[in-house]
Write a protein that binds this ligand. Structure first.
Ligand SMILES: C[S@@+](CC[C@H](N)C(=O)[O-])C[C@H]1O[C@@H](n2cnc3c(N)ncnc32)[C@H](O)[C@@H]1O
Length: 227
């Protein structure tokens, strides 16, 4: 996203809502970032939160779930953290850092759901597809943090990227495809309900979505495939 898309308030303050991945003690157990939250509350992670609209809306509708955003760009991270702080969202936090590193830092099986809405489709140059985030290696990192049965959702407006995502999902045996269900905060006719979806729908772009759940183990995945 370009610099012009966000104007962070002069007095923006992440308060206790925004964290820097680099400074967090390893392993990064997401629940530690939510002071006072029940130890068994499910944690869902959004990758590439942008301005944080999904975190704000979804955390309000589902107060028993903890939502952690991961955002690489400092200005978006600060904008989103400041929003969460001003709205005093008890169950939403955002970490500044790269999604791959964030997932690597989290304990195995610690995540009850992964949301990826409009992952950046660039760069578009030759061989660029190798640098796009959602690839088999990245999905392996997703599998490691997901709890058995937990869903992963991806939405994109980029047809080439969507094909790549489908191929990457097909290459991962433990990720079993499921019909896509929009999150609670999506409005009628929306797949994600994020800022980018609303913007792209106005432009008439086609938006596609995919979902999968982590099977309990590799044998289950095989049985699913055959069955
Ligand atoms: C196109 S925007 C989508 C924002 C939001 N999800 C939406 O749908 O409105 C993609 C966001 O992902 C962030 N991003 C891209 N690559 C990332 C990575 N490797 N780790 C964390 N965030 C990333 C970008 O900085 C940007 O804010």
């Amino acid at each position: 996203m370009g610099r012009s898309h966000v104007r962070t308030r002069r007095d923006a303050d992440p308060g206790g809502y925004g964290f820097d991945l680099e400074t967090l003690e390893r392993p990064v157990d997401p629940r530690r970032l939510f002071a006072g939250a029940p130890g068994d509350a499910p944690v869902e992670v959004e990758i590439g939160s942008g301005k944080g609209s999904f975190l704000v809306a979804e955390s309000e509708l589902r107060p028993d779930t903890l939502f952690l955003g991961v955002e690489r760009a400092r200005r978006y991270w600060l904008y989103a953290a400041d929003r969460l702080r001003r709205r005093e969202r008890p169950n939403a936090r955002i970490v500044r850092g790269d999604a791959r590193e964030a997932l690597e830092a989290m304990p195995e099986g610690s995540v009850a759901g992964l949301h990826m809405y409009f992952p950046d489709p660039w760069p578009k140059r030759r061989h660029a597809h190798r640098r796009l985030l959602i690839q088999p290696e990245f999905l392996a990192a997703c599998e490691r943090v997901l709890a058995a049965g937990a869903p992963l959702r991806v939405v994109t407006d980029d047809p080439g990227y969507f094909d790549q995502i489908e191929a990457a999902l097909a290459s991962r045996e433990r990720l079993v495809r499921r019909p896509y269900e929009p999150p609670a905060s999506a409005r009628e006719g929306e797949l994600a309900g994020s800022n980018f979806e609303r913007k792209y729908r106005l432009e008439g772009r086609r938006i596609q979505a995919a979902a999968a759940v982590l099977s309990a183990d590799e044998d289950d995945a095989l049985a699913n495939e055959q069955g």
